[in-house]
Design a protein around this ligand. Structure first.
Ligand SMILES: Nc1ncnc2c1ncn2[C@@H]1O[C@H](COP(=O)(O)OP(=O)(O)OP(=O)(O)O)[C@@H](O)[C@H]1O
Ligand SMILES: [Mg+2]
Length: 284
C-alpha cells in the first residue's frame, strides 16, 4: 500500500512521505495545519486511493472516548423488559442486544483493512486522547458488559486531525506519526486551483492569486484566509463573472477586492485592510 496523491487532491512530496511512513509504522497519522488546508480531505482521499472503506468519527466538545468503543443502552433494555411478554425475554436477557458498537469497534471487527478518521481531536476535553492510548496502540479494548476482548483483525489506517485548540498529551503524541500541512506555496496553490477549476481564465486566476496572497500576507490579520477560502472566492468570481480589471490594482488605484467577504471573516481584518488600502492610495 502506497499513497501517491489523487486526481482531486494535491499532495506535496512530504505529505505523501508522511502518509506512507504512518502506513509502514502502522501508527496513526496525526495531521495538523490551518483550517481549510485539506486535513479531513486527506483521509478521504487516501482511503479512496488505497481502496479502503473510511469510517469517520467527528469529535465534538462533548464526545467521550467510550462512545468510539461502544455504549450500553440500558434505557432500551429496561423499556423492553417492561413491555415484553414471554417471547421478548430472550432478547432482554442477552445483554449483547443492547451494546451499540462505536466506530473503533466497527473498525476492529471489519474483515478487511479499513481507514479510520478521528476528526478534530482537539475539540474534546483533555482526557479524550489519554483515554484512547491503549486502543490506538494495541488496537484492542475490553467490553465489560459482555466480557469480551475486542481486538483488531487488521490494524486500521488511522488519521487524526487537530486544529491545535488544545495541546495533546505526550503519551499520545508518542504513539502517532506527525505531519504539519504547511500552507501551500504559490505553485502548489496553483495546482490545487487547477484541480478545482480546470477551465478558469489564466489572466483572471493570476490576478486573483496575487490579490489572495497580498491579503494573506497582511501583517496583523486575525484570521488569514486559507485554501478553502480561496476556492470559495474563485467560485464566486467565476459565478458572478467579475472582470479581471476589477481585481487588478493599477498604478493609480489600490482596490478592495470584490466579494472580499469570502476571504476576510471578521470586521477587524476588514478595517485593517481598508485602512491599508486608504494609506497606499494617499501615498501615491
Ligand atoms: N491539497 C488539496 N487539494 C485539493 N483540494 C484541497 C486541498 N487542500 C484543501 N483543499 C480544498 O479545501 C477544502 C477544505 O479542506 P478540508 O475540509 O479537508 O480542510 P481541513 O483542514 O479539514 O479544515 P478544518 O480544520 O476547518 O476542518 C476541501 O474541500 C478542498 O476543496
Ligand atoms: Mg477538517
Amino acid at each position: 500500500m502506497k499513497f501517491q496523491g489523487s486526481d482531486q487532491y494535491v499532495a506535496t512530496a512530504d505529505l505523501m512521505l508522511a502518509v506512507n511512513a504512518a502506513i509502514t509504522l502502522q501508527r496513526p497519522l496525526l495531521v495538523k495545519g490551518e483550517p481549510g488546508t485539506g486535513k479531513t480531505m486527506l483521509a478521504e482521499e487516501v482511503a479512496q486511493a488505497l481502496n479502503l472503506p473510511l469510517l469517520q468519527w467527528h469529535v465534538k466538545s462533548t464526545t467521550k472516548a467510550q462512545q468510539g468503543l461502544y455504549e450500553y443502552d440500558a434505557v432500551s433494555r429496561l423499556r423492553d423488559s417492561q413491555l415484553s411478554g414471554i417471547e421478548g425475554t430472550d432478547k432482554v436477557r442477552n445483554i449483547e442486544n443492547y451494546i451499540v458498537k462505536g466506530v473503533l469497534w466497527q473498525a476492529f471487527e471489519a474483515d478487511a483493512p479499513v481507514a479510520l478518521l478521528i476528526d478534530e481531536i482537539d475539540k474534546a476535553d483533555i482526557e479524550f486522547p489519554n483515554d484512547l492510548l491503549r486502543e490506538l496502540d494495541r488496537m484492542e479494548f475490553y467490553c465489560y458488559e459482555t466480557r469480551q476482548l475486542i481486538k483488531a483483525k487488521h490494524r486500521p489506517l488511522v488519521f487524526i486531525t487537530s486544529n491545535n485548540e488544545k495541546e495533546l498529551p505526550d503519551a499520545f503524541l508518542r504513539r502517532c506519526f506527525f505531519h504539519y500541512i504547511k500552507f501551500p506555496d504559490a505553485p502548489t496553490m496553483q495546482k490545487i486551483v487547477d484541480v478545482h477549476f480546470p477551465d478558469i481564465k489564466s489572466e483572471m486566476l493570476a490576478a486573483a492569486m496575487k490579490t489572495f496572497f497580498d491579503v494573506r500576507n497582511l501583517p496583523g490579520l486575525k484570521k488569514k484566509p486559507s485554501t478553502s477560502e480561496l476556492l470559495d472566492w474563485l467560485k464566486l468570481l467565476v459565478a458572478e463573472d467579475i472582470p479581471t480589471e476589477a481585481l487588478k490594482s493599477g498604478d493609480d488605484k489600490v482596490l478592495i477586492p470584490p466579494l472580499v467577504g469570502a476571504l476576510l471573516k471578521n470586521e477587524q481584518d476588514l478595517t485593517l485592510f481598508e485602512k491599508l488600502v486608504f494609506m497606499q492610495r494617499n501615498n501615491r
